[in-house]
Design a protein around this ligand. Structure first.
Ligand code: NAD
Length: 427
C-alpha cells in the first residue's frame, strides 16, 4: 500500500492551523474518490460556529470573562455530537478541526450523528470546584442556542468529566423545565449514564489494536506497549493492553513520563498518581521526558494526550510497529508520511478512539428510551462495531492502495457525501 502520490505539499503544522490540517486531510481523501468540487466546498466548512465570551464570578468576588466555542461541522447525518474540552490552548481553529473529525468519526463507525465540538480557553486546575461549576453552567447557558437531545449532544473531553456533564444536564434541564438526560453523554450512571462509557475510548482502541495485530501477525501477549498520556483514554488503554498480556513499559502525563523496561505495575502507578497528582517520581521506574517516551523501543505506541505529538522531527525515531491514536490529531501530516514510508501501521484517531462516541451513542439511545443496558450488552455491541469498522477501513485501504488514515476518511466522506446528496440543498 503506497499513497505518496496523493500527498500534497504540506506546510509545517502548528496548533493555530489545526483546521487547515483537517481540510488538507479531507482533500487527500476527496482526491482518492474524485469527490466533486461542490461537495468538497460543503464538507470543508463548518455549518455553525458559535463563539461566546461570558463572565464568571470568582470566589474572591472578582469577575473574569472566559471565551468558549461550540461548533457543528455537519448536521446532515442527524443530531451533532462531540465533546467539550477545558484547556488553555483551546482556540476556534482547534474546535473546528475537532468538530470536522467528529463528523468523520461518527461516519466511520456508522452512527447517525454529525460532528460537533466545544471548548473553553481555561486552565481548570486553577479554578475552585465552585468556580468550575459556575463556568460550566454559564457556558452551557450560552451554548444552549445550539445544544439539545435532538440537536447537538455534548460529551466529556480533555479536562472535563462526568460531574461536569451532570452540571451541563442540570443546567439544560432547568431551562426546559424537565429532566433531559439525553442532552449530554458521559453522565454519572445514576443520572442516566451508560455502563462502560468511562472505559469506552480505551476499550474501543484496544479492540482495534487486537484486530490490527491479527493482520500484522503481532502477538500482543508477547508485546511491549508505551502510552503517552495517563488520563481517561490512556490509562484504560494501558490497563486493557496489560490484561491482554502486553508489557506496558512507559506512561506519561503533562509533567513527564516514567519508564521501566521490565513493565509497570499499573495499579500502583494509578495509586501514585492519585496520591501525588502525577505519574512522575514513581518509585519503581525512571523519570523520562515526554519526547523520550515517544521513541522508546516498543511494539505498540498509544498516543493518548494532545494534538501534534508525533511530528516530522520525532517520526523517524519512532520504533513502534503499530501506533493506535487514542488521542485526536496526535500525528502531523508530515509525520504521517514519514511513518508510512517506514512501514509503521497507524490506526487513525477517527477509528482508534471511536469507541468513546460509540458508547455515547448507546448512552443517548438508552436515555431516549429510559431503558438501561447491561455492561455485557454495551461491550459486546461496541466490540462488534469496532471489529466491523476496522474490517471496512482495512478493506478500503487495500482496495484503493492507501493507508489507514486516508481509508478511514474515504469511508467516512463517501457516507456523508452520499447522505448530503440524497437530502439535497434546502431551499
Ligand atoms: P484526560 O484529561 O483524561 O487525559 C489527558 C492526559 O494527557 C492527562 O494525563 C494529561 O496529563 C496528559 N497530557 C497532557 N499533555 C501532555 C503531554 N504534552 N505529554 C504527555 N501527556 C500529556 O483526557 P482524555 O479524555 O483521556 O483525552 C485524551 C485524548 O483522547 C484527547 O486527544 C481527546 O480528544 C481524546 N479522546 C478522548 C475520548 C474520551 O472519551 N475521553 C474520546 C475520544 C478521544
Amino acid at each position: 500500500m503506497t499513497q505518496h502520490a496523493q500527498l500534497p505539499e504540506l506546510s509545517p503544522s502548528t496548533d493555530s492551523n489545526l483546521f487547515a490540517v483537517a481540510v488538507e486531510q479531507l482533500d487527500i481523501a476527496a482526491n482518492v474518490i474524485g469527490l466533486d468540487d461542490d461537495m468538497r466546498r460543503i464538507l470543508s466548512h463548518c455549518q455553525r460556529e458559535l463563539t461566546v465570551n461570558f463572565p464568571v464570578e470568582m470566589d474572591d468576588g472578582s469577575v473574569q470573562v472566559f471565551t468558549g466555542y461550540r461548533v457543528q461541522h455537519n448536521a446532515s447525518p442527524g443530531p451533532t455530537k462531540g465533546g467539550i474540552r477545558y484547556h488553555e490552548s483551546v482556540d476556534l481553529s482547534e474546535i473546528k478541526a475537532l468538530a470536522m473529525w467528529m463528523t468523520w468519526k461518527c461516519a466511520v463507525v456508522g452512527l447517525p450523528f454529525g460532528g460537533a465540538k466545544g471548548g473553553v480557553t481555561v486552565n481548570p486546575k486553577q479554578l475552585s470546584g465552585n468556580e468550575l461549576q459556575n463556568l460550566t453552567r454559564r457556558f452551557t447557558t450560552d451554548i444552549s442556542l445550539l445544544i439539545g437531545p435532538h440537536k447537538d449532544i455534548p460529551a466529556p473531553d480533555v479536562n472535563t468529566n462526568s460531574q461536569i456533564m451532570a452540571w451541563v444536564m442540570d443546567t439544560y434541564s432547568m431551562h426546559v423545565g424537565y429532566a433531559a438526560p439525553a442532552v449530554v453523554t458521559g453522565k454519572p450512571l445514576v443520572l442516566g449514564g451508560s455502563e462502560g462509557r468511562t472505559e469506552a475510548t480505551g476499550r474501543g482502541c484496544v479492540f482495534v489494536i487486537e484486530a490490527a495485530a491479527r493482520k500484522l501477525d503481532l502477538n500482543l501477549a508477547d508485546s511491549v506497549t508505551v502510552v503517552e498520556g495517563f488520563g481517561n483514554a490512556g490509562s484504560i488503554s494501558a490497563e486493557l493492553m496489560a490484561e491482554l498480556g502486553s508489557r506496558v513499559v512507559a506512561v506519561s502525563d503533562s509533567r513527564g513520563g516514567i519508564y521501566n523496561p521490565a513493565g509497570l505495575d499499573l495499579a500502583a502507578v494509578e495509586a501514585h498518581k492519585a496520591r501525588t497528582g502525577s505519574v512522575v517520581e514513581f518509585a519503581e521506574a525512571d523519570n523520562i521526558s515526554n519526547a523520550e517516551l515517544l521513541t522508546l523501543p516498543c511494539d505498540v505506541l498509544i498516543p493518548a494526550a494532545m494534538e501534534h505529538q508525533i511530528t516530522a522531527e520525532n517520526a523517524p525515531c519512532i520504533k513502534a510497529r503499530l501506533i493506535a491514536e487514542a488521542a485526536n490529531g496526535p500525528t502531523t501530516p508530515e509525520a504521517d508520511a514519514i511513518l508510512y514510508d517506514r512501514g509503521v501501521f497507524v490506526l487513525p484517531d477517527i477509528l482508534a478512539n471511536a469507541g468513546g462516541v460509540t458508547v455515547s451513542y448507546f448512552e443517548w439511545v438508552q436515555a431516549l428510551q429510559a431503558f438501561p443496558w447491561t455492561l455485557i450488552e454495551v461491550n459486546q455491541r461496541l466490540h462488534k462495531i469496532m471489529d466491523h469498522s476496522f474490517d471496512a477501513v482495512y478493506g478500503t485501504a487495500e482496495r484503493y492502495g492507501i493507508h489507514m488514515r486516508t481509508a478511514a476518511l474515504v469511508r467516512a466522506i463517501e457516507r456523508v457525501a452520499e447522505l448530503t446528496r440524497l437530502r439535497g440543498i434546502y431551499p
